[in-house]
Every structure is written in structure tokens, then in C-alpha cells.
Design a protein around this ligand. Structure first.
Ligand code: SMG
Ligand code: MG
Length: 377
């Protein structure tokens, strides 16, 4: 269902952007590299109706997608924020249209839209989950496990997450660290809900290796090929028993429509940042729900801001698989909100307060800030 009750406009006065460096509790290794510190941009919309918070989920380097911190910072300050401030008054539903003339930069747009959405909903006393169409008050929590030193180490890390109560395990794979790693986890833990994420590390010439994964009864394989490889993903999907799930390739409702039409995905990972905002994310959800395609909520190592929003999104009815919506403690010793997401019986609670339903901890925010700029009308 599209948004049932649109939000009221807010009177925009400015935006504050901050680059944060948050140390990770342990290094996070994917097929494209290792992160030990999460670099992220936090957005504060300054409005005459109260402030709102958002998060731009880029990384320091353009490795997961073409977006990266300094690029998002520049486009936000030079183009996106001036366009919004020139308009003066905006409802959350207007933001994508105002920013549409600027090509791409979806994560930057999504972070700005979220800040305006939060401001508008806080002003109206409405929780984000209710606004988006949530039908649950908590969501099952999966965990994404980075590539470890060796399969034996991976087994021990997975064990610790299972002991904490995570209800689904996703392991990162890459060429040379795929069959052995998956076999080790399957052999040790039996029929747990298990899936793998390749972050585009393969090509169609790897089809035989990828087909070997069929014997592990995985929930899905996520993004084996490149972002642009929609047709190749469709070819691959015809040769695998393991369901193919797209992440990086699904950059918009249009991309999702095309991928489904071509048979390139039988499951979709939805990330609001990647598709340009939570409203577009709902549209992708609606498309997939109508098509009978299960979706789940992806993660970008969000702070408490994006994590609260992801929990709200993941509570929509089409999110029938556990998402990468883990407890804050999976990544951070200290969060920038006063109510970090916690794991309770394998689930994360959907916040119920107005807007995001979380409160920024100003001391933590300041402690992690490495750059700050305010743009006013
Ligand atoms: O937030 O739990 C999380 C991270 C989940 O694996 C995760 N995200 O490709 O799905 C993915 C990766 C992208 C993040 S790398 C910055
Ligand atoms: Mg992924």
C-alpha cells in the first residue's frame, strides 16, 4: 500500500551535516575490503517545526557503490540542500521530486529525506513505523558475518551470534572463500537459516562454483554478480537451485521492476539508502509484495538513527525474511542514540515514539564527529 496518510510540510531553515567516525567492535571484511571504523554522515534538518535526524549511509570509499562520504557531502552541500532550502517548505513526500533533477546520489538524497521525514513526524507526534505501514511491533533479527581469518574462526564467530539469539546467519563470501566457509558453518550448525552475500565478487564464468552452493540449502545467494549484470543474474538464476537475491542492483523501483520482469531475482534486499529513501523503499516493497517476491531489510552498519528507521521499515508486511537489522552492539560499543537497538528473543523492537522514536545523545554525537557544517537559508 502506498503511504496511507501523508505527513504535513515543515518549514526548512537549514541543515547540519556531520561526518562521524565510529570504531567497530571488530573488523568487518567483505569481498571488497575490511572496515575497522565506520565513517558515516549524520544529517540534522533544522526547521521551524523542530529538528529531524537522518543518516547518509555512504562509506569512506566507493567500494560497495559509486557513492562515498566526500562525494555525498559535496553534492548535498552544493546541490541538494540548496534545492530544498530554496523551496522553503517541504513535506517528506515532496523531497524526492525536488531532488530528482540531480542524477544519482541516492544515499545522499535518502539521508536528507529521512531528516525531513523525522522532523515532520515528530512535529505531528506520529511514529515512523505507523507512517510507513508497519504491521509488527518487533522484527526478527539476522546478522551479517564478515569474512574471517579461516573457516574455523568463522564457525566460532557464528556460534557467538547464535548464542546471542540471532535468528538468521548471513556470511560474506568471495572467490576462494565460498564453498569451504559455507560447508564449515553448515556442518557445524545443521539446518540453521543461512544465506551468503558475495557483494558482486563473481562473474558468469564462476557458474560452476556458484552451483556447488546448491547443496547447502541456503535461503539465498545475495548479489553474486556486478550491479549492472541484470541479464547475467537472470541467466545465473536459471542455473541455480539457490534463490538469487539482488542488493546492489536494486537502485530504484524501476530497477526492481526490470529485475523481476527478467527473472533476475526471486528475493530482494531493500535498503532505503540504496534506492534513494524510505518512501522509494516502500514502493519497492509494494511492487515485490504484489509480485509474490519476498523482501528483507538490508543494513549499512547504521547508527541508531538509520537502525531505528530500518526496524520500522522491516515491520511492513512484505518483509517475510529476517533482515540485517541487528542490535547496535553487533557493530558499536557506543551508539549516538540513548536507546540503541537491542536483541530480545532474536528480535529488535520497532520504536513507537514520534518520528524515528530515538533520542540523539549529544555527547556521543560530538565525541564521534570529525567534520561539521551548517547550511542555512
Ligand atoms: O548493517 O548489518 C549491517 C551490515 C549488513 O552485510 C551488510 N551490508 O552488502 O549487504 C551488504 C553489506 C553492505 C555494507 S558494506 C558497507
Ligand atoms: Mg549485500
Amino acid at each position: 500500500m502506498p503511504i496511507a496518510h501523508p505527513a504535513a510540510s515543515v518549514r526548512l531553515e537549514g541543515f547540519e551535516l556531520r561526518v562521524l567516525h565510529l570504531p567497530l567492535v571488530s573488523p568487518f571484511t567483505t569481498s571488497f575490503g575490511t572496515e575497522t571504523v565506520r565513517e558515516v554522515i549524520v544529517v540534522r534538518a533544522l526547521t521551524a517545526d523542530g529538528d529531524g535526524w537522518g543518516e547518509i549511509v555512504t562509506q569512506d570509499a566507493p567500494l560497495y557503490s559509486s557513492e562515498y562520504t566526500q562525494g555525498a557531502w559535496d553534492v548535498a552541500i552544493r546541490w541538494l540542500i540548496p534545492a530544498l532550502l530554496e523551496r522553503g517548505t517541504a513535506a517528506p513526500e515532496d523531497v524526492a521530486g525536488v531532488l530528482a533533477p540531480f542524477v544519482g546520489h541516492r544515499m545522499a538524497k535518502a539521508g536528507l529525506e529521512l531528516a525531513i521525514l523525522d522532523a515532520a513526524l515528530r512535529a505531528a507526534g506520529r511514529p515512523l513505523g505507523q507512517y510507513l505501514g508497519a504491521v509488527r511491533d518487533r522484527v526478527p533479527s539476522g546478522v551479517s558475518v564478515g569474512i574471517q581469518h579461516d573457516p574455523a574462526a568463522l564457525v566460532e564467530v557464528v556460534r557467538s551470534y547464535l548464542d546471542e539469539g540471532y535468528v538468521r546467519i548471513k556470511i560474506k563470501i568471495k572467490p576462494g572463500r565460498d564453498i569451504g566457509d559455507t560447508a564449515a558453518v553448515r556442518d557445524e550448525f545443521g539446518a540453521i537459516p543461512l544465506q551468503v552475500d558475495a557483494n558482486s565478487a563473481y562473474t558468469l564464468s564462476d557458474i560452476d562454483t556458484l552451483a556447488e552452493l546448491d547443496r547447502f540449502d541456503l535461503l539465498l545467494i545475495e548479489q553474486p554478480l556486478q550491479e549492472d549484470d541484470i541479464v547475467d543474474h537472470a541467466t545465473l538464476a536459471r542455473h541455480l537451485r539457490t534463490p538469487v537475491c539482488l542488493d546492489e542492483s536494486i537502485v530504484s523501483l524501476k530497477a526492481a521492476t526490470d529485475a523481476l520482469a527478467l527473472g533476475a531475482a526471486s528475493v530482494v534486499n531493500i535498503k532505503a539508502g540504496r534506492v534513494g529513501g524510505y518512501l522509494e523503499a516502500v514502493r519497492v516493497h509494494d511492487l515485490c509484495r504484489d509480485a509474490g517476491i519476498p523482501v528483507w531489510c538490508g543494513g549499512m552498519l547504521e547508527t541508531g538513527i538509520g537502525r531505528a528507521a530500518n526496524a520500522a521499515l522491516a515491520a511492513l508486511p512484505g518483509f517475510t525474511l529476517p533482515g540485517d537489522v541487528s542490535a547496535s552492539s553487533r557493530f558499536y560499543h557506543r551508539d549516538i542514540v540513548t536507546e540503541p537497538a537491542v536483541l530480545d528473543d532474536g528480535h529488535v523492537r520497532v520504536p513507537t515514539g514520534p518520528g524515528l522514536g530515538v533520542t540523539i545523545d549529544p555527547v556521543a554525537l560530538e565525541a564521534f564527529t570529525v567534520a561539521r557544517e551548517i547550511v542555512r537559508r
